[in-house]
Design a binder for this molecule. Sequence first.
Ligand SMILES: *Cc1c(COP(=O)(O)O)cnc(C)c1O
Length: 428
Amino acid sequence: MTDLFSLAHADALDAADPLRGLRDEFLIPKHEGHDQAYFCGNSLGLQPRGARAHVEEVLNKWAMEAVEGHFTGNAQWMPYHELVREPLARVVGALPSEVVAMNTLTVNLHLMMVSFYRPTRERPAILIEAGAFPSDRHAVASQVLFHGFSPDTDLIELEADEPNGTISMAAIARAIAEHGHRLALVLWPGVQYRTGQAFDLKEIARLAHAQGAMCGFDLAHGVGNLQLELHDSNADFAVWCHYKYMNSGPGAVGGCFVHERHASTDKPRFAGWWGHDVSTRFRMGPQFVPTAGADGWQLSNPPILGLAPLRASLELYDRVGMQALRERSRRLTGYLETLINARLGETLQIVTPADPLQRGCQLSLRVIGGRGMTGRSAGRALFEYLQTNGVLGDWREPDVIRISPAPLYNTHNDVLRFAQAVENWRHG
Ligand SMILES: *Cc1c(COP(=O)(O)O)cnc(C)c1O
């Protein structure tokens, strides 16, 4: 029988992996001279080697051509965001006209709610998951208040109904049915950041629309991780960031999706000159005429230096395609799950659903014991032990370690190192 915990086994799995070469496209942080086992791609993805050349290209163009860089040579700045449109549309499963890289996630969420959260006295409410990422909660609560309603009654937060703190589709369906007549918007995550649970987005959009509500998705942890089919999901809008699985650097420019059916919407929006019809933008007239599609929500000319690394990242996604990447991801996370279930069950409890359709690459692991400790103290001690042994996950109070084998650069060897370090800590 194969020893799952043997280095030979992990290395054989890596050697048989058709996508193993992708890791070489990244700069891997070092720990005591060796590659770190880096599992924080859900927080800040690693730097693609190609990023530097794209950033330098912008710096050089600025140095040599200054203002003319907007209109001359390769990768002109005026249409620069067009360079990422098509590959980005492929990553999220959308039409090119439905996506735009702009601003940052929370800004885009507000801009989308300006257009797609139009509360009335009869229908003022927003449904989100309880324990949502704080920025999302701040954004929705402040929008409710901005429109003169009260988060106490009009921000509905659906509590987890499953033992691990995950939410069943039945509970989502019940909540949408129960509050349906009052719902203006359902805002749901593609992958919940704390539990790692992934959701059936198409079904959620269907349920929301059946009640006459709008439906938007926060894909911060979904993009570059799940095989999304945003257009077919029928969502009204979606927003995401590019610094997590999309590996585009700290504070990278975010992304936004607006479904084709709203391409020429007459819904109100907050406008800026970069959303104005491209063909007449530089006539500098006083009337705002939006560009059709997601581009029409742009405000400012984009930060070109911030967009540059995204080009390098998208080249990698295009080389593999989301389907093959997702298959690799399922193998890696499946291996992590197998190792935990085989030998680490006394120390770690997997919070994330076992069904591969209900998760991406991340497993959220509740630390239940070890070294005579329980809960929080054991959790922090294990987290710190892993860190000093070159294995970097991240810590969520009160007792969860998130381990996210990123499909572009993590390996079975990395996963084994995590499992071995946990075993060593328990017996150490
Ligand atoms: C990472 C993350 C954010 C961060 O928002 P920024 O505007 O990019 O700072 C917001 N919401 C969710 C769900 C996230 O995972």
